[in-house]
Design a protein around this ligand. Sequence first.
Ligand code: NAI
Ligand code: MG
Length: 361
Amino acid sequence: RTLRIGLIPGDGIGREVIPAGRRILEALPSSLGLKFSFVDLEAGFDTFKQTGVALPDRTVETLKKECDGALFGAVSSPTTATKGYSSPIVALRKKLDLYANVRPVKSVAPSPAYPEPIDLVTVRENTEDLYVKEERTYDTPDGPVAEAIKRISTRASTRIATMAGEIAARRARVRQGLGDGSGKQALVTVTHKSNVLPQTDGLFRSASFAALAQQRFKDAGVKVEEQIIDSMLYKLVLQPAYYDVIVAPNLYGDLLSDTAAALVKSLGLVPSANVGDGFAIGEPCHGSAPDIAGKGISNPIATLRSVALMLDFLDQEEAAAKIYAAVDGNLADGKLLTPDMGGKAKTDEVVEDVIRRRHCL
Ligand code: NAI
Ligand code: MG
């Protein structure tokens, strides 16, 4: 099978890490029976400066018509309000209906603060909640008052919780396959604040529980619990090893996913995927890092893991597992690390080290 992958490097170190993503795909063993073809696509602030648009129509059309998945690097945002510019990744999520933002966070080694390994994934609803951006301001005798709509739908809540259930089922499968003896099940934590917002968050909660009650999730060993967002953040910082899969509406998910990323310190390690039905864009969590761009020292791990995550959602779990394991091998070994991880290696040396490990799995 050949998968066609759109490559959107964007700006800054996006141009260094996306080629690394392509290299790992090309290096996957042929025994997997998978081939890849690539199409280079433009987006970002440089594209905007050259053409006046940050997300050319060709990029969107090619992704829709030709591609099975895509990799997105990072884009620089102008520091001052720039007429006509809007974030291309935000627009892409809308245009391709990528309704979930999935961010796995995994610790490299036990740290004094976190002696137990962290291995969790946040699944954030990406289309509604307060981020529908329906705000208004009106005058009152006491001065202007502003308000915003928080919209929660049964449809969006159901599909995000279903995706969380599928991710949890996959994690349970992988754990059983690894036979690590723990017989570990998977746990989905539904996050909300329905004690204060019984209608909006209450709907998210009830729709999530209904979706997660499907027999196929029970059969896969998926357990479900709930936690109020404030105590959730508290416990996430104090006891991150407790968590497995966390599902949340847009705003809480935004806060949770950045907090979770901070637990493993380097931005250069944390991947994400923007996922819709039948399409996924892998995207490292970091930005364009202008301070190190062009030096060849950006950490490619976030992108390599984003490649694996994209493959998971394209139903290529075996290929994904090889990349995750090869990356873990590089990190555990600790000899070839980029400067953000305290090493001296260049981007290319890390990629080569990861590629060397993909066979011995
Ligand atoms: P940043 O993530 O680009 O960089 C923050 C710090 O982390 C910098 O010191 C950078 O060198 C380091 N860093 C980030 N990724 C790294 C990697 N792979 N390897 C080694 N070190 C890494 O965030 P910053 O500086 O706030 O923003 C820079 C630009 O990126 C801005 O224009 C911002 O708008 C944009 N940005 C874009 C994002 C996206 O495309 N999704 C996300 C965050 C920021
Ligand atoms: Mg954020």
